[in-house]
Design a protein. Structure first.
Length: 60
């Protein structure tokens, strides 16, 4: 019975690890990918918009 108690924690952690990796892989793509890409594009556009007026004033 000692071998069961010795193997149980690593087995449980392996199952948990596989579940986490599977969840991460499944969340990469589809509608989530489009939302994340849109959010990144919006953030980049805001950063670019905030930078342009300052850089044109410095360049002139």
């Amino acid at each position: 019975m000692d071998y069961v108690s010795a193997l149980l924690p690593p087995f449980v952690m392996a199952v948990f690890f596989i579940f986490v990796i599977r969840t991460i892989v499944k969340s990469q793509g589809g509608a989530n990918k489009a939302k994340e890409d849109a959010a990144v594009d919006a953030a980049l556009a805001r950063a670019e918009g905030a930078r342009q007026p300052g850089s044109s004033a410095d360049g002139a």
